[in-house]
Ligand binder design. Structure first.
Ligand code: PEP
Length: 249
């Protein structure tokens, strides 16, 4: 049985004033049957982890360098993320793949760096609109899964987030049949590669314009174990109903 996961990606949004959202989430979800992870910008990792020390919410970073330390101005290492009190890190978000030229190999190396310090890697994959329209979405996603998820992955140290690029921040979402088709293939491929126990334990999130109004429908799709949420994770009033929908699914 996979435990459900609601993960929020704040991207480059939020100053210390936004830590109030964490207090509200911790107060609203004291005995939730779901895991909740918020990934704030790097400068908030330490205060966010402190704010959640006794609450249900766990903290994740939005990216990591592949190296443990060194001359990489502006970057943050997995060891630093773990040192902040965070437990998760997003790797391979499409905004990193597209904006910084990250390849599957880079993403895989980042996940390996995360594993070295016992962080759970939330590995993002997903097709572009052109790839969806060309009918190659399933092939693209299969290749990304194979190339981005490292050997040694387990249900504890990896979460896969399927995020069609064209659905992120656009208000558009795939049909439930399309989400179901992708998640079924991901599950099949994970089981083929890692075996039924590990492949069946790795959680699969859907991401892309998840809102309170569409969450229940998405969470009813087989093999959707939760969501990676951008915009709607910035306010407790939006994220709480999504978490509740997940808990009820
Ligand atoms: C994301 O950034 O991963 C995301 C899914 O964003 P949004 O929910 O705003 O589409």
């Amino acid at each position: 049985m996979r435990r459900k996961l609601a993960a929020g990606n704040w991207k480059m949004n939020g100053t210390q004033a936004r830590l109030d959202v964490l207090d509200a989430l911790n107060a609203a979800h004291v005995s939730t049957p779901c895991d909740i992870v918020i990934c704030p910008p790097a400068h908030l990792l330490i205060p966010a982890a402190k704010a959640c020390a006794t609450g249900a919410v766990e903290i994740g970073a939005q990216d990591t360098h592949t190296a443990a330390k060194g001359a990489f101005t502006g970057d943050i290492s997995a060891e630093m993320i773990a040192d902040s009190g965070a437990s998760h890190v997003i790797v391979g978000h499409s905004e990193r793949r597209e904006g910084y030229g990250e390849t599957d190999a880079t993403v895989c190396a980042k996940a390996i760096a995360a594993h070295a310090v016992r962080l759970t890697a939330i590995v993002c994959i997903g097709e572009s609109l052109a790839e969806r329209e060309a009918g190659s979405a399933l092939d693209v996603i299969a290749a990304q899964l194979q190339g981005s998820v490292p050997e040694g992955s387990t249900g504890d140290n990896v979460v896969v987030a399927y995020e069609p690029i064209w659905a992120i921040g656009t208000g558009k979402i795939p049909t439930m049949a399309q989400i179901g088709e992708v998640h079924a293939q991901l599950r099949q491929d994970l089981i083929a590669r890692f075996g039924p126990e590990i492949g069946g334990a790795i959680r699969l999130l859907y991401g892309g314009s998840v809102k309170p109004g569409n969450a229940s429908e998405i969470f009813a799709v087989p093999d959707v174990d939760g969501a990676l949420v951008g915009g709607a994770s910035l306010a407790a009033a939006d994220f709480t109903p999504i978490i509740t929908a997940l808990a009820d699914s």
